[in-house]
Design a protein around this ligand. Structure first.
Ligand SMILES: Nc1ncnc2c1ncn2[C@@H]1O[C@H](COP(=O)(O)OP(=O)(O)OP(=O)(O)O)[C@@H](O)[C@H]1O
Ligand SMILES: [Mg+2]
Length: 409
């Protein structure tokens, strides 16, 4: 796959001796701040049989897009459709069968014309015509794509939805997924490593449950797990380092608090230690833990046990102990910092989907948020029930009304 990054992006996918960084920020950018990233924007969006939309077509320009309408109108559905322009199952992580409009004869489809990272591109995706409806097809400029990862060559889509509000207080699996999505947006290989690690770990668990498992076989699987697991841990660590450096550099006026990020739960102290040494350590942990893991029926050490720790930097308290409003503000700050990082690293600002982002903010904070979003240099889609909430955006946005699965300008 072509690297869409502005700089060298070294994959951390090698199973052993991963001494190199997964992502590299250009030094000059670190010192002097990056140039404004190039704007990637949707110029057309067409849906068919997508959730409550039978058909819909929107013509857009490079402005932000504000979608307003009553509860249940179809605002989040439209955002979800745009999220299918990135690999994965979209912002609701839905089963494709649920995405297809109830009563539709075939699957759903999403088409977008995008002024993308490599110039204008037409992207079509969906389950229409696919026999089982478990996977979605992807066509780029009319040609079938080999993998959905090809989307990363043309645009990056990031989102923040109300469903993410429980990130700090919910299970650690949610935070790991959040972190892995951050990593994935810069290093598409991370997903492959994570699923291969998972497969290897399941094999080990199965083997350990057998009476007298073959030790050579267990060792071979553990070696594979060690290579993949350390690559994953390093890629996460590196993403946190980059994000933290960026948060440090772009401390704002305090409208949105900044977060202090760290990882815990698996080789927490791995900074500065060569990858091969970490692999040996993890191998030893796995070998020592065989009897314990066999009794537990699962592997108790590994990157699948890591947790992302988030603290309110100014107050120096854990995010989970912050007020609801502070947590929302921390999350907004984190997602916007990530968006800026993606812009810096790729040279192209991501498309942002900000669902109900303005809902709980006072007027001043809303205006500050819009300026921050606009300052990222990309196209943002924002939703709300009331258009007056978006007044401070003025001419910078295109306003659309959504009602009963129909969009009007
Ligand atoms: N597969 C489907 N087929 C038909 N309708 C669906 C399907 N899935 C969801 N819907 C409906 O789509 C409607 C719009 O949902 P959506 O989440 O987009 O609303 P919304 O405008 O974001 O509302 P809110 O302001 O409450 O967040 C809901 O009434 C939901 O029942
Ligand atoms: Mg909604």
């Amino acid at each position: 796959m072509r690297s869409a990054t502005r700089t060298r992006a070294v994959s951390a996918g090698c199973p052993s001796a991963c001494l190199e960084a997964a992502f590299v920020l250009p030094d000059s950018n670190v010192e002097f701040g990056p140039a404004m990233p190039h704007k990637v924007f949707l110029t057309r969006l067409k849906l068919s049989d997508f959730r409550n939309y039978a058909t819909a077509a929107l013509d857009l320009d490079q402005r932000h897009v504000v979608l307003t309408g009553e509860n249940g109108a179809g605002k989040t559905n439209l955002m979800e459709a745009i999220s299918f322009l990135s690999p994965g199952r979209g912002l609701r992580r839905a089963a494709y069968a649920d995405v297809v409009r109830v009563g539709a004869a075939d699957g759903f489809s999403v088409f977008a014309a995008v002024d993308g990272m490599e110039g204008p591109v037409e992207i079509g995706t969906g389950t229409q015509g696919s026999e089982e409806g478990h996977s979605r097809r992807l066509r780029i400029n009319g040609t079938a794509a080999r993998t959905v990862d090809e989307l990363n060559d043309h645009l990056r889509v990031l989102w923040l939805t109300p469903a993410m509000d429980g990130l700090f207080t919910g299970p650690s699996a949610d935070r790991r997924r959040f972190l892995d999505r951050l990593v994935l947006s810069l290093d598409p290989e991370h997903g492959r490593r994570a699923s291969e690690f998972d497969r290897a770990m399941r094999s080990r668990n199965r083997l350990l449950s057998e009476f007298r498992p073959d030790p050579a076989w267990v060792s071979a699987i553990e070696r594979e797990m060690a290579g993949l697991g350390i690559s994953m841990a390093l890629a996460r660590q590196e993403m946190l380092g980059l994000l933290s450096a960026l948060v440090d550099r772009s401390r704002t006026d305090g409208t949105f608090p900044s977060a202090r990020l760290s990882l815990a739960g698996f080789l927490d102290d791995c900074a500065g230690i060569p990858a091969f040494e970490l692999e040996e350590r993890y191998l030893a942990m796995l070998a020592d833990g065989r009897a314990r893991d066999a009794a537990a029926g699962r592997t108790l050490d590994g990157p699948h046990r890591s947790d992302l720790l988030i603290r309110h930097r100014e107050k120096d308290i854990e995010a989970e102990r912050c007020s609801t409003g502070e947590q929302k503000a921390l999350l907004v700050g984190l997602v916007l910092a990530h968006a800026r990082l993606v812009g810096d690293m790729t040279g192209h600002a991501p498309v942002l989907l900000l669902d109900e982002i303005a809902a709980h903010l006072d007027q001043g904070r809303r205006a500050a948020l819009f300026d921050l979003v606009d300052g990222l240099g990309g196209q943002a889609f924002m939703t709300g029930t009331d258009q007056t909430m978006f007044e401070a955006l003025g001419e910078r946005a295109h306003y659309l009304a959504v009602a009963n699965g129909r969009v009007s300008g």
